[in-house]
Design a protein around this ligand. Structure first.
Ligand SMILES: NC(=O)c1ccc[n+]([C@@H]2O[C@H](COP(=O)([O-])OP(=O)(O)OC[C@H]3O[C@@H](n4cnc5c(N)ncnc54)[C@H](O)[C@@H]3O)[C@@H](O)[C@H]2O)c1
Ligand SMILES: [Zn+2]
Length: 368
């Protein structure tokens, strides 16, 4: 084991106050330095991460490790209350801090708990899934789910620091890895240059080559940081990050939450958004849908409803998806506005797509 400082990439997120996202293999140890000033370090994790990496967390100064059950069900109001009570029981006070050590579930739940505890204590994101590294650990959106829908109760609470240690990705199950790649594809489409670069890196990404992963994670964080800095509270431009998500939420809802990983649904959603734009006669670049599909194929991420049927044994009907989209929380009067990709780096928000075009894309994608 080398004792030299790990190679790192740092991305500044220019919100108030600004913070840094550190990306690289082996840098999670630095959480310890960040936690030194805290009266208590409340580490929120889940049972899988605790089993694999709990010893690391127990080594942080004045650490108290609290593990919730893995999975989306832990993002609940009931669990939030239990976590807050556990923080009191662990002796946390206003000068304590929280470390969200795990995937997006732990990050969203922990960020919300930190934002509420004593009206807000600092927290650090130490993401361990690809999805959390490239997306959910950055930007300060926190939430739990309600029975009536996902992420319906939450606040903005920015982390004090993010440490994305790509070493953790070695143990990530394939399906969770794919889910992260779905958000990577989304981010690459928003960015443009990253879309081409992903194609070049695809074989390395498939092998989870650490340097390629660090490059991709840094690039995704840069894209998100840039957008979040310009629109921290999602009043406009930040909606671009919801590319593919109107479809994805409908897919997740229709399939039953937890059956199709979020990012996998997002990858399918990005393709559906492009297909719908094309069906509506909008100026979607020639060949773009095809290049999206082939990139997804190279990364082994499903990119059609048919692929979801093969991969997960779940049949999704266009009618059920349309119905779910009309109920989306971002829909106005039962009519969602879409984020539509016209090509790499050319994405528009608040696009009003006619229902028949969406239906055509859903039907077409089912057969393709
Ligand atoms: N706040 C945001 O901006 C934002 C953005 C995107 C997604 N999200 C949220 O993120 C959540 C999904 O996050 P996720 O995909 O990370 O899921 P997750 O947190 O459920 O983690 C996925 C699974 O991987 C396991 N795991 C985590 N790290 C591991 C590792 N290194 N090795 C082996 N197993 C590991 C976990 O125990 C879990 O079973 C959703 O609730 C979604 O709403 C939030
Ligand atoms: Zn997402």
């Amino acid at each position: 084991v080398s004792t030299s400082a790990p190679q790192r990439r740092i991305v500044a997120v220019q919100v108030d106050p600004p913070y840094s996202v550190h990306v690289g293999a082996g840098l999670v140890g630095e959480v310890a330095r960040r936690a030194e000033g805290w009266s208590r370090t409340f580490v929120l994790t889940d049972a899988n991460v605790e089993r694999l990496f709990g010893d690391i967390a127990r080594g942080w100064p004045s650490a108290f490790v609290h593990a919730v059950a893995p999975g989306e069900d832990s993002k609940s109001f009931a669990m939030l209350e239990r976590v807050l009570d556990a923080m009191v029981a662990a002796g946390c006070d206003r000068s304590s801090g929280l470390v969200a050590f795990g995937g997006g579930v732990v990050g969203d739940l922990g960020g919300l708990a930190a934002g509420l505890f004593h009206r807000g204590i600092p927290f650090v994101q130490a993401p361990t899934t690809l999805l959390a590294m490239v997306d959910s650990s950055v930007g300060g959106k926190t939430a739990v789910n309600l029975a009536s829908g996902k992420n319906l109760a939450g606040i903005f609470h920015q982390p004090a620091e993010v440490y994305a240690d790509t070493r953790f990705l070695a143990t990530l199950p394939d399906d969770e890895y794919r889910s992260g790649l779905g958000e990577v594809i989304k981010t690459a489409v928003i960015d443009g240059p990253l879309f081409a670069r992903l194609g070049e890196l695809a074989p390395d990404i498939a092998r989870r080559e650490p340097e390629a992963l660090a490059e991709v994670a840094e690039a995704c964080v840069r894209v998100k940081a840039r957008i979040v800095a310009r629109d921290p509270f999602e009043q406009g431009e930040r909606k671009l990050l919801n590319l593919g998500h109107t479809f994805a939420h409908a897919i997740e809802h229709a399939a039953g939450y937890g059956r199709i990983p979020h990012g996998v649904a997002v990858a399918v959603g990005v393709v559906l958004a492009a297909e719908s734009g094309r069906a509506a006669g909008l100026a979607v670049e020639a060949g773009f849908v095809e290049s999206l599909r082939s990139l997804a194929r190279e990364l082994d991420v499903p990119a059609s409803l048919d692929a979801l049927r093969h991969g997960y044994g779940i049949e999704l009907h266009p009618d059920a998806l349309l119905w779910a989209m009309a109920r989306d929380k971002k829909a106005r009067a039962g009519h969602p506005l879409y984020v539509v990709p016209f090509g790499p780096g050319a994405v528009e928000r608040d696009v009003d797509l006619p229902e028949p075009s969406v239906m055509a894309a859903l039907g077409q994608l089912r057969r393709s």
